[in-house]
Design a protein around this ligand. Structure first.
Ligand code: LP5
Ligand code: MN
Length: 248
């Protein structure tokens, strides 16, 4: 049996090529696994669990079919779907995990997280994150009509996009000392995360011993899956079969 990890799909109605690859993965590959972990940024942006568009329903149905077939599905929120919550999980049978969780991955205790909290040098982002994670602000936001929420998100995204262009690449990567702290605080020597869109396997020296950090890839030009079993872990790609509508 295998356990699968994915992150940073950024699913949206504007990218049918990504959606098609994801739905094929959910239909053909995920049912053979014992568990699927989604480590955040499944959606380009998640505006609230009451957004019942046909597009979102098709994604929810794919998870519902999978969980009903007996595959355990877990979700950790990313920086783009931090508003995905209990209702989505009730509708799909997924289990919402805290922002950092420790799991037993075939005998190796492993810390899993989205990865944005590791980028501590990105101070503007961390301040923004602290704001939008305030429960009272989220409660107010959830009471606003959907079409106004959509407008707010578009406005904030436009504002942020300009700021991100002038950010140095290095501050948008993980901070090595923070990575070591997460290994040590959780007393593990294996970590899996996404967010940076820089798939790789890194080694870190920690007080627990030599530790392995696996970074998941995004789904921008191909699917990206971490396949784990008793033989080890492999970062793999899945090809898109539709072409990107945007580049035509
Ligand atoms: O995902 P990626 O890699 O593109 O970029 C992330 C960081 N960006 C984000 C922003 C989200 O993608 C889009 C958010 C839309 C928000 C809608 C607001 C809804 C309000 C909800 C209230 C409960 O996560 C990016 C990082 C990058 O990862 C790498 O780590 O750099 O961070 C930014 O670009 C953020 C800026 O640095 C800071 C922006 C401050 C803007 C202040 C606007 C005020 C918002 C007030 C909200 C109420
Ligand atoms: Mn992210």
């Amino acid at each position: 049996m295998t356990t699968l990890f994915i992150a940073d799909l950024h699913l949206s109605i504007l990218r049918p090529d990504i959606t098609e690859c994801f739905l094929t993965f959910m239909r053909d590959e995920a049912p053979k696994a014992e568990a699927l972990y989604v480590l955040g940024d499944l959606f380009e942006f998640w505006i609230g669990d009451d957004d019942d568009s046909p597009f979102h329903s098709s994604i929810k149905n794919a998870f519902k079919t999978l969980t009903q077939s007996g595959v355990a599905c877990y979700f950790i929120q990313g920086n783009r779907d931090f508003l995905l919550g209990k209702r989505f999980c009730q509708e799909t049978g997924m289990q919402l995990l805290p922002e950092t969780a420790v799991i037993d991955l075939y005998g190796t205790p492993t810390v899993i997280l989205h990865g944005d909290t590791l980028c501590t040098m990105d101070e503007n982002y961390q301040a923004f994150r602290r704001t939008v994670h305030k429960p009272w602000l989220q409660s107010i936001f959830n009471c606003i009509p959907l079409f106004i929420r959509r407008k707010i998100v578009t406005n904030v995204q436009n504002k942020i996009r300009a700021q991100k262009k002038i950010k140095h690449m290095s501050i948008m990567d993980v901070t090595p000392q923070e990575v070591v702290s997460v290994f040590e605080d959780n007393r593990v020597i294996q970590m899996i995360h996404g967010h940076t869109h820089r798939p790789n396997i890194h080694q870190h020296t920690t007080s627990n011993g030599l530790a392995t950090r696996i970074v998941l890839g995004d789904w921008y030009t191909q699917g990206s899956v971490l396949v784990c079993n008793t033989d080890g872990n492999s970062l793999e790609n899945r090809q898109f079969s539709l072409s990107d509508q945007k580049s035509q």
